[in-house]
Ligand binder design. Sequence first.
Ligand code: GLA
Ligand code: ZN
Length: 686
Amino acid sequence: MMKKSKPAIPNFSHMVHGADYNPDQWLNHPEIIEEDMRLMKLAGMNSVSLAIFAWKALEPAEGVYTFEWLDMMMDKLYENGMKVILATPSGARPAWMDLAHPEVLRVNNRLERNLHGGRHNHCYTSPYYRKKTAEMNRMLAERYQNHPALGMWHISNEYNGECYCENCQKAFRQWLREKYHNDIEALNEQWWTYFWSHGYSDFDEIEVPSARGEHMVHGMNLDWRRFVTHQTKEFMENEIRPLKEITPDIPVTTNMMETYAGYNPWELAGSVDVISWDNYPAWHENTRKDWEVAADAGFNHDIFRSMKKKPWFMMESTPSLVNWHRVNKLKRPGMHLLSSLQAVAHGADSVQYFQWRKGRGASEKFHGAVIDHVGHEHTRVFGEVKQVGDTLKRLDEIVGTNVDAKAAVIFDWESRWAMNDLQGLSDKRNYEQTCKLHYRSLWRQGIAADVISQDCDFSGYRLIAAPMLYLLKPGVANRLKEFVKKGGTLVTTYATGYVNENDLCFLGGFPGDGMMDVTGIWAEEIDSLFEGQVNSARMDLGKGEKTYQIQDFCERVHPREGCEVLAVYDSDFYQGEAALTKHPYGKGICYHMAARFETEMLFDFYESAAQEAGVRPTLPISIPEGVSVQARESEDTVYYFIMNFNHEPKTIQLPDGRALTDMDGKRLFHADLDAFDVMIAKERIQ
Ligand code: GLA
Ligand code: ZN
């Protein structure tokens, strides 16, 4: 296996320390721009993401172009040692465009056309906007193709949302025609439009899903999400085309958003060279511990790493706080370095911020930035940013190294759409949270895990957790069976394999599409529990006999021949029936959790399942609660990140007989970590 993917990202051989930089807001203050150059160097920055929402400054009136300020900025940034990640400005538009070409404005789900304002707010089908963005991008590429500062293209900004205008409706119908090969009866069958007499006789009769109209045909809703994904991707590819034509060697990225559900980001991944995403965990909440927030952040990082299994960029994060959480907390001292290095630990080759300097007005004026309104470097936040800059400078040897995961959690966008849309079970379905809890059980043991979609290749893993994989696309059941047959360990749960790719229930028993063979069970029915109602099951997961609580869901399953029952329900009319099963299949094993167990059960379960599957923690050490251990590997060196997300210090004994050193080669025997502290240790392998 290729462990090192150097040069992972052309033009970036150092750990990137950068920020969104919007000098177009400061063009009337040249002294501030001058001061920015001094401060950027002082903070140890080596990159900026430039001109993200700068359309008005680039084209103040239709056909009138003013690139001079950008020329000046590109030169200035280059002279000051900054690599520029240059943005295409499609994320927002000047008023003149919306007034002159209203077709670019979005139409909402109630079929009303929006007014000018906000971001995106654009129709991704609009012929005018597609032409206009491609022209603008061509101009940028032609102008800066040979500029030495240009390192990467930042395509738009956080594509999101959807449009229901006439153009989009037409495109939707066309997309459906292609998908169903012009056969309206095929669509009727897959959407099950026989129900409530909703059948169509022609594709032209189809409207978009709308709160005012059709919105309970689940197959239609799914196809709409896929269509939105397709249009977003096409819009993005239309933006990329002129850039690739003129600057084939400049990588392109687009900054993605956490677990944003509006489209499937996996479908966009193939069209960019570098994966990047914007990371804004809500540290220091009152309902979750910081280490739980950290585990969830790890889950997000690992989604984006898994898209290309390569180093990625953390395009945005805040140096202090955001302005859009319900309660906007300051990052406690130390948390900035810790959370920045957490991204690096999970494979990021960058720490970047939104944004460099706080604006004076409008909605983000109180969002954290490196430079505050006070305008100088004598702030706590600047000090912490500089500390990150100083630290990253010493990590260049980690650039391009990878994370090697033998475990994976399937968190699938399409299955999630169907699960969220489902009418039934209870409102506690919480698919995303459930996947995060399964992931957390690996994270806390220091086991590296990919977070993948059901389309991914399963063959490199030893353990796959597939919680609530409700929707199975064609071929997935077979690939999971192959995975287990060849020796893999698969974990399935209640609500697995109920529907096909178009949300039609499988006939002949759940889990469908042949999954009964591998799980060794037939799931006959599922009971949902009210808040406060619990069941339980007693079992030995390697920690002695324990009784674990069950909440929310109890599936009634029938073990088939050869399937072992590891635990049974303690109460209710299904008392004594299987709650956890183990089914040897080929050379591997499939576990089925029929019920939603408490977190402690997941922890104990995954500890023993991982051990049995031969999935080892990154380091053989005992990890206290709240400490995370992650590793990146090159061909000859492993870099361990030992991170304390606790509010109190922790000391960890490093393994005996292993020559772990700090980055300077000094031998390490234990990690003495303060609250919110991080240590990087390295070890030569071969
Ligand atoms: C997003 C956007 C940025 C900014 C930040 C604020 O990530 O991309 O432009 O609005 O949120 O947190
Ligand atoms: Zn539209």
